[in-house]
Write a protein that binds this ligand. Structure first.
Ligand SMILES: Cc1cc2nc3c(=O)[nH]c(=O)nc-3n(C[C@H](O)[C@H](O)[C@H](O)COP(=O)(O)OP(=O)(O)OC[C@H]3O[C@@H](n4cnc5c(N)ncnc54)[C@H](O)[C@@H]3O)c2cc1C
Length: 400
């Protein structure tokens, strides 16, 4: 009887896990394995671009790829997993509860913004974490153009100065110029707990972020905690108030809640600890990949980040290894020694670094070209042709 691999999630990790499992099955005769992907939408949502305008366009359909590779797509939202009976319960496209059984499971349900506990945050903040919320933010921003110009209308507060906050903040001056015209004085303020700009990054990267912020007029409020948010703006821990109609929360991400359904150890952001083959430690027949997996990338102590860069490779290895476990083949231990950072800095350009010590390799227009090549091409699904898709899904093929 055919064995069934079920993959939950069609993001970077889930999509690549499916293609990689299909590849290994195909290379080895292909008849013993059925592969299904269960996700709410048959598309890849390109989350790393959600700070951009026109978010509705940032999705890539997966049906042609899955059809070409004989991967079955089930539209639904997984609700419960029982690894004893090997069943997943999900609400289907009509909202009805349905179930499906599996022989092997790959959890690839990604991450989402952590709930913010600051008073007023629920009602008065936006986020760009998911397509729907990024769309709500975009609609709000566009709508501001029809409002009476006031300092609050013309000011955006970005809460959190990590990568997402920086990419959004540096993108905003040009978006606001387009909306309000070049004559309007606008402000973009990043509120950050840390005492320096980009405190988690290398000194060289920090310097670039600081320079770009200065040149395009991003204001930073450092060592600042937000204590309350209301319709008039944000209040900081020092008692000061910033008048703003637009407060965007970018800090804090956690692994998808399905990770809680396994009796297994999780890290501080809810990711499941996996072994070198990406199987959940202590849980048979279940693999975790992408943002739900806490995985070592090398032998010197680095671990995968919640990043697209890691999710893509984690997906390829998980897919390969889940198929290998059925085919009786040796797994390929996950390794991803190279690490790069490419940070968009809006109209200033971008910055590209290499290595975990984040050595700056290029800046401004040169780095922007790399950023565009990554976010507009490299991270998109492969062409819906077997040979091309399988070549790209090989976990040992060159990536970055
Ligand atoms: C604004 C923003 C900017 C970013 N910038 C960068 C960047 O510059 N570089 C970088 O490397 N990374 C960046 N990231 C991070 C990157 O997007 C994530 O690390 C990446 O998307 C993780 O891939 P994934 O496949 O694990 O999860 P996701 O891409 O989140 O995919 C999860 C999938 O699971 C599905 N799913 C969720 N719940 C269920 C369920 N219950 N049942 C079935 N399916 C479910 C979802 O619909 C989706 O298909 C950014 C993220 C954001 C939000």
């Amino acid at each position: 009887m055919k064995k069934h691999i079920m993959i939950l999630g069609s993001g970077f990790a889930g999509m690549w896990a499916a293609v990689s499992a299909a590849r290994l099955a195909y290379i080895n005769g292909g008849d013993d394995i059925n592969i299904s992907v269960l996700a709410p939408h048959p598309e890849l949502r390109v989350r790393p671009r959600f700070y951009e305008n026109n978010v509705a366009s940032l999705v890539s359909p997966l049906a042609p790829l899955f059809t070409a590779l004989n991967i079955h797509f089930i539209q639904g939202n997984a609700k419960r997993i029982d690894n004893k009976t090997k069943n997943v319960w999900y609400s289907d496209a009509e909202g009805q509860l349905a179930s499906a059984s599996y022989d092997r499971l790959v959890l690839a349900t990604g991450s989402n913004a952590r709930q913010v506990t600051v008073p007023g945050a629920d009602q008065y903040t936006f986020n760009i974490d998911q397509l729907e919320s990024a769309h709500v933010f975009e609609k709000h921003l566009t709508g501001l153009a029809n409002q009476t110009p006031t300092p609050a209308r013309n000011t955006v507060v970005v809460c959190g100065g990590g990568f997402t906050g920086i990419e959004l903040a540096t993108e905003l001056p040009s978006r606001l110029r387009e909306l309000f015209g070049t004559e309007t004085k606008t402000r973009v303020i990043v509120v950050e707990r840390g005492d320096v700009i980009g405190g988690r990054y290398s000194e060289a990267l920090r310097d670039v972020i600081e320079q770009a912020s200065r040149e395009i007029g991003i204001e930073w409020r450092l060592q600042a905690d937000i204590t309350a948010i209301d319709a008039t703006g944000v209040t900081l821990s020092d008692g000061s108030h910033i008048a703003s109609s637009t407060v965007v929360w970018t800090a804090g991400v956690q692994a998808n809640a399905l990770t809680e359904q396994f009796a297994a150890e999780r890290d501080s952001v809810g990711r499941l600890y996996v072994d070198e083959n990406l199987q959940i430690r202590g849980v048979s027949d279940v693999f975790a990949t992408g943002d739900v997996a806490h995985a070592a990338t090398d032998d010197v102590g680095n671990t995968a980040l919640m990043s697209c860069q890691h999710a893509i490779q984690l997906g390829k290895f998980a897919g390969n290894n889940v198929a290998a476990s059925i085919l009786g083949l040796p797994p390929i231990p996950y390794r991803q020694v190279n690490y790069v950072t490419c940070l968009d800095l809006g109209s200033w350009g971008a910055v590209f670094t290499e290595g975990w010590d984040q050595k700056v390799q290029s800046v401004r227009e040169e780095a922007k070209k790399i950023k565009i090549a990554i976010t507009n091409e490299l991270i998109y699904p492969p062409r819906a042709e077997r040979e091309i898709a399988f070549a790209a899904a090989d976990p040992l093929a060159k990536f970055v």
